[in-house]
Design a protein around this ligand. Structure first.
Ligand code: APR
Length: 312
């Protein structure tokens, strides 16, 4: 059992999923924080009561007070509202920005050394806002999207080929929106490059489904967005940091000239360990991929300009 302090700001669907996964993995003690009275307390107590069943020594608590974030090693932020059918992630910009601003101000006071993982949408703009409000080093403020988008593509490839998803590795980059880019040459199936197993036309269909995968689930749920796979993806990132795994995963990281982009958060493959984002990896792109990536960066830039115009 690793007794680090992990705070989950937002105890909704994703927050609850993460609390359970963290308790099962015993990655640390868990504090659930939410504005709704009773929900973080109830969810943490519910999982506490199940610990002897899952053989976990994690201690969970729930609070409505940001002061309880004090001393957190990792903070995962899902505070905000999810989208409903017919909404894009970008439609959440105004409402979720004001929430991220409040949480960021609290984090600056209470947990200045934390590794912060933002999940709230629209992701690339919200993680940018979080870094700006807190002033924390950019390597310690990241956004969860690429792990999820890549996992979704890996799932669709595995389903198409009839193989185990655990043997499929995929890379989806760019903004966490309709413009995200799936890389044909970066998918491997048990170490075999995908182009040897699947034609590009089939891949393009799976890539299109990936870009719309969040919307597909919103349309099914009708009253919220995906939460199991987003929660598990964020925990994978927390684990890489807490265990200094040097994991290669895709996340929204602040670019400083990589891919010709500076001062923006965008989904790229990184090495993640005890220093947070320890290295940004640059994959080679063909002309079409580069054009698609640049288009995605342009979409992120539009949202970030809105944030810059609204931040104090
Ligand atoms: N501080 C703390 N918690 C807050 C705040 C705040 N200022 N404002 C809202 N919350 C809480 C809500 O009370 C709710 O419990 O955030 C929680 C969000 O949970 P859900 O509505 O269940 O949403 P969820 O599915 O978990 O998604 C959260 O992640 O993937 C993104 O688009 C999604 O932006 C959404 C976020």
């Amino acid at each position: 059992m690793c007794r680090k302090k992990i705070a989950l700001v937002g105890a909704g669907q994703i927050g609850g999923t993460m609390a359970l996964a963290l308790a099962q993995k015993q990655l640390g003690d868990i504090v659930l924080v939410d504005v709704v009275e009773g929900v973080p307390q109830g969810k943490s107590l519910d999982i506490m009561e199940g610990r002897s069943v899952i053989n976990s020594s994690a201690i969970l608590s729930g609070t409505n007070n940001y002061a309880d974030l004090a001393g957190s090693d990792v903070v995962i932020v899902t505070a905000g509202v999810p989208r409903k059918p017919g909404m894009s992630r970008d439609d959440l910009l105004g409402i979720n920005y004001s929430i991220i601003e409040k949480v960021g101000i609290a984090l600056k006071e209470t947990a200045p050394n934390a590794f912060v993982i933002v999940v709230t949408n629209p992701l690339d703009a919200m993680v940018y806002a979080m870094q700006k409000v807190t002033g924390f080093p950019a390597n310690k403020v990241v956004g969860m999207a690429g792990v999820l988008d890549s996992a979704r593509l890996a799932c669709f490839v595995a389903m198409e080929l009839g193989v185990s998803a655990e043997d499929v590795q995929a890379v989806v980059m760019g903004g966490h929106g309709d413009t995200m880019v799936s890389f044909y040459n970066c998918v491997s199936v048990g170490g075999i490059p995908l182009p040897q197993l699947m034609n590009k036309e089939t891949f393009d269909k799976l890539a299109a489904r990936t870009a719309n995968a969040g919307g597909e689930i919103v349309n099914l749920l009708k009253n919220g967005s995906a939460f199991y796979s987003p929660g598990l993806s964020a925990i994978k990132m927390a684990e890489a940091y807490l265990l200094d795994k040097k994991s290669v995963l895709t996340c929204a990281a602040m670019l400083n000239g990589e891919y010709g982009v500076k001062g923006l958060y965008c989904g790229v493959p990184v090495v993640m360990g005890a220093k947070g984002v320890e290295k940004i990896l640059e994959v080679s792109m063909n002309d079409a991929e580069k054009a698609a990536f640049d288009n995605s960066v342009k979409a992120v830039k539009g949202l970030v300009e809105w944030v810059d115009g609204h931040s104090k």
